[in-house]
Design a binder for this molecule. Structure first.
Ligand code: HEM
Length: 457
């Protein structure tokens, strides 16, 4: 078989690849292709062939053989905007070493130090949503929320409202143009992405300089990163630190905002789950706006909340899959994948077809009551945070933010769908409702008021 031509079925196996399909959105399209062609099939993305892979058995092989069978394959625009020292662009030993440095950002003590900041931003935000006259777009507002949390956790202090809005606008410009044709000409998406990156670097540069000059304790994520890089014998340069800030924000904000939005959506659609969650939180003494500081240990006994969040991430995983490139020609599920071909491992399809999940379309947090996803075999059936050497570094931080958000919402607000129908979900770049999810929030509710209402035609 020659490398680079249409992939061939493994000798003696199936009769051919499904070829010639155009790139299309929506998981139902891929679901019908999967039914016809099985768990490994060829499709197209931006005019290029991609092998789409589903199912725990295949994902385990791909993800555990990263750097050997497959490697990262980000588009050129992502590589250029994130920069040469980013994790996304690192491979092999350098990647492993960088992950060790970054891991300190998500240690138990680091997460503990972030809790008050996360809670403060979440409380202010939900209060502001409830005070609004009209409905809000939950997805757009959740992106602002996660950006504010990221700034607070990374840098400690708030830059002031005017600067915050300026930074948010710049960051949205960077995210919007992250995946663009690498044409550096005036007005192109790529040029806008680079310009936004440069403005963020300029701001972070000043903050980093101030931090390096002051003797203040390193109590922010940025401080922890500086210290950790020294402890691991690779003191990071100014450029590396700036790139790290942008990369962490990019990895954290849209993904967590997607999950916050899906949480609101699922609690709207499933009021009995919300009632159960509220009752559980009330029994355990959680109150909206309470002045009692929260600690990580306070979240340990919130089993039902854990299961609600797991179920949101199962049914609507923010990241629907990950892209790789074949580093050698190899066989998967009876097919040969030629060296150089793109491979996409699908998180969403894998969740939808995992034998451990009965009735996968139903939102049922209780399915996680029996630790379904524990154990070696089950691990790759459920992977909202990916797997293998590139699994999500911020997983525990993301879950912490979601828990604080869910507690504040469930104990302190009432919300109602402001449209006649529920929106469709789009999966690119992260899972999000097509209309942003228009919802009216209010602070008033009694124990007799359902905390969320949906009136559909
Ligand atoms: C619900 C929220 C989140 C979801 C669903 C999510 C999901 C993922 C997934 C699926 C990957 C692996 C991608 C691949 O295999 O190509 C990943 C990687 C990553 N995530 Fe997250 N993520 C979330 C939040 C966060 C947060 C809050 C942070 C950090 C502040 C973060 C930092 C990262 C980093 C740095 C990587 C790259 C790791 C590497 O290349 O070694 N993520 N994430």
């Amino acid at each position: 078989m020659r490398t680079g031509e249409a992939p061939h079925p493994h000798p003696g196996s199936r009769s051919g690849w499904a070829v010639g399909e155009r790139e299309r959105g929506g998981s139902s399209f891929h679901a019908s292709r999967r039914k016809r062609h099985g768990n490994v099939f060829k499709t197209h993305l931006l005019g290029r062939p991609v092998v789409r892979v589903t199912g725990a058995e295949h994902l385990r092989r791909l993800l555990l053989e990263e750097h050997n069978l497959v490697g990262v394959s980000w588009p050129q625009s992502v590589q250029m905007i994130l920069g040469s020292s980013s994790l996304a662009n690192a491979i092999g030993d350098i990647h492993q070493h960088k992950r060790k440095v970054y891991a300190q950002l998500f240690s138990h003590s680091a997460l503990e130090s972030y809790v008050p900041r996360i809670r403060q931003v979440v409380m202010e935000t939900v209060r502001e949503w409830c005070a609004r006259e009209g409905p809000i777009s939950v997805y757009a507002e959740s992106r602002k929320l996660t950006f504010r949390i990221a700034v607070s956790v990374l840098l400690g202090s708030s830059p002031g409202e005017e600067k915050m809005i300026d930074l948010l606008t710049t960051f949205e410009q960077l995210t919007k143009n992250m995946f663009s044709l690498p044409l550096d000409i005036p007005g192109s998406g790529y040029r806008k992405g680079i310009q936004a990156r440069d403005r963020l670097h300029e701001y972070f540069g000043k903050v980093i300089e101030d931090m390096l000059q002051s003797d203040a304790e390193y109590s922010t994520a940025l401080g922890i990163l500086i210290q950790s890089s020294k402890d691991h014998g690779m003191g990071m340069s100014m450029q590396e630190l700036k790139e790290a800030m942008v990369e962490l924000m990019f990895a954290a904000c849209a993904t967590t905002a997607s999950a916050c939005t899906s949480l609101v959506l699922q609690l709207l659609k499933n009021p009995e789950v919300l009632t159960k969650l509220r009752t559980d939180l009330q029994i355990k003494g959680f109150q909206s706006g309470s002045a009692t500081p929260l600690r990580l240990s306070d979240f340990c006994h919130l089993r039902y909340l854990d299961n609600v969040i797991k179920e949101v991430l199962r049914l609507q995983p923010p990241v629907s899959g990950g892209y790789r490139v074949a580093l050698q020609t190899f066989e998967l599920g009876g097919w040969q994948i030629p060296k150089g071909w793109s491979v996409m491992y699908s998180i969403q399809d894998t969740h939808n077809t995992a034998p451990i999940f009965q009735q996968p379309d139903i939102f049922d947090p209780d399915r996680f009551a029996n630790d379904l996803t524990k154990g070696k075999e089950a691990r790759f059936h459920y992977l909202p945070f990916g797997g293998g050497v590139r699994r999500c570094l911020g997983k525990e931080l993301a879950k912490l933010i979601l828990k604080v958000f869910a507690i504040e919402l469930a104990t302190g607000s009432h919300w109602q769908l402001a449209t006649r129908t529920l929106p469709k979900m789009l999966m690119v770049p992260v899972a999000h409702p097509s209309d942003g999810l228009k919802v009216q929030f209010s602070a008033q509710f009694s124990n007799n008021t359902p905390a969320a209402e949906v009136h559909l035609e």
